[in-house]
Design a protein around this ligand. Structure first.
Ligand code: FEO
Length: 400
């Protein structure tokens, strides 16, 4: 059944949602699914803006066919060639072999790496400043390199003031009938996943996102059509502010995140006692996460949100407990910076995890490690409670 949706007089949504996929990029859990957005502009010329993942390819083809209503497809604009948006291109070209692919030069190269494009298919290579007139509408192209891949362009329909933003302003989560962000409780039900999507997918490319935000600020935008998640047609200033904060690596909340690894519960109890002390001293919304039980994508997202991060880690094989190391390498890879850390190490015969944590933190920009760092052996004794109290005081002093 055709599930396309009319967005405006000339613009249609032809994407679809996947509620079966467990792991986005075969890494990140997506318990609420994901949408793959695709749009069709019906003008004197017809334009498809990106395709979808193969998982929803059949639905997409049905939608596209219905919206074209017998017309020929003239152009396929490819903003981004990651296969979650490119995979259905082959099928589109089989059906409409004379459609011209409009994309950046790098996109055309990547595309040919991913798939065999028939010789006869024509490309129209565009770059920032170029435009595509389709009759009533003109799509103006804007460079968005590294948001999230190097070939990315976004486009702006100068007639209807619509920004087709590629991966930017997207979020995890299937669409549930409501197509627009103003039709759902975005802050309560979507922001959490929008943050996890941004930080894990684009988090490393803050500088490039800043560049795109500066370009977007020069445009009069009435609607933002991303490749994942709901469409924005009002009140998107707040979401853009989040993007600005995330891409500058500024914490959203002056709050404490406690991330611990614990094999038998002794390290966890130290994290629990410290969290209780912080609460008693006035800290609110303290969040504790077991590094082994929590997928690292959630930890990356929370680390972008919070200003203070307490790391409580056992020693393992003469080094750092592997799940903690994995988390730290991930936030380092995402260029997380401007955070205040606290380190507590455990080790039964030769505690070294603290220094291993500090070595990784030392490679991250603008991190502060609060003193005193604490070492305990196997299980913390009551005699060390005063040390924990002093550490809690140091955290509170730097928070307020
Ligand atoms: Fe949704 Fe970078 O692809």
């Amino acid at each position: 059944m055709n599930t396309s949706r009319k967005i405006s007089n000339d613009l249609w949504y032809v994407g679809a949602s996947d509620r079966r996929l467990a792991l986005f990029e075969n890494m990140m859990p997506i318990p609420s699914g994901t949408s793959y957005n695709s749009y069709v502009l019906i003008d004197e010329k017809t334009v498809l803006l990106d395709t979808v993942d193969q998982a929803v390819g059949a639905q997409f083809m049905e939608n596209l066919t219905a919206v074209l209503a017998g017309r020929v497809l003239d152009y396929i604009v490819v903003h981004h060639v990651e296969p979650d948006h490119l995979a259905s291109l082959t099928e589109v070209l089989v059906r409409w072999p004379n459609a011209v692919i409009v994309c950046s030069l790098q996109a055309s190269r990547f595309m040919k790496q991913f798939m065999d494009i028939p010789e006869h298919v024509q490309f129209q290579i565009v770059k920032e400043g170029d435009s595509l007139n389709t009759g009533k509408h003109t799509l103006s192209f804007v460079g968005a390199q590294m948001v999230h891949w190097p070939e990315v362009l976004v486009s702006y329909d100068t007639t209807d003031k619509v920004l087709f933003s590629a991966d930017a302003f997207g979020t995890f989560g299937a669409l549930n009938g409501n197509l627009y962000a103003d039709e759902v409780n975005f802050d309560r039900e979507w922001m959490y996943e929008a943050r996890r999507y941004y930080t894990n997918i684009v988090g490393k490319y803050g500088m490039q996102v800043q560049n795109l935000l500066k370009k977007a600020a020069t445009l009069d935008i009435a609607m933002i059509c991303p490749l994942h998640g709901p469409i924005w047609r009002k009140d998107f200033g707040k979401f853009i502010e989040k993007y600005d904060k995330w891409s500058r690596y500024e914490p959203e909340d002056k709050e404490v995140l406690v991330i611990y690894g614990s094999m038998y519960g002794h390290t966890e109890s130290v994290a629990t006692v410290l969290s209780g002390m912080l609460a008693d001293k006035g800290c609110r919304n303290v969040r504790m996460y077991d590094v082994s039980a929590t997928h690292v994508s959630y930890l990356v997202s929370e680390s972008f949100r919070c200003s203070h991060i307490v790391l409580v880690a056992p020693t393992y094989n003469g080094g750092l407990y592997p799940p903690m190391e994995n988390y730290l390498l991930d936030i380092k890879a995402h260029l997380l910076q401007n955070r205040t850390f606290t380190v507590i190490e455990n080790g039964s015969w030769a505690p070294v995890s603290g220094n291993a944590v500090k070595a990784i933190l030392g490679e991250m920009k603008n991190t502060t490690v609060l003193e005193p760092a604490i070492t305990f052996k196997s299980a913390m004794k009551e005699t060390q409670r005063a040390e924990l109290e002093a550490l809690a005081d140091a955290i509170v002093a730097s928070l307020f």
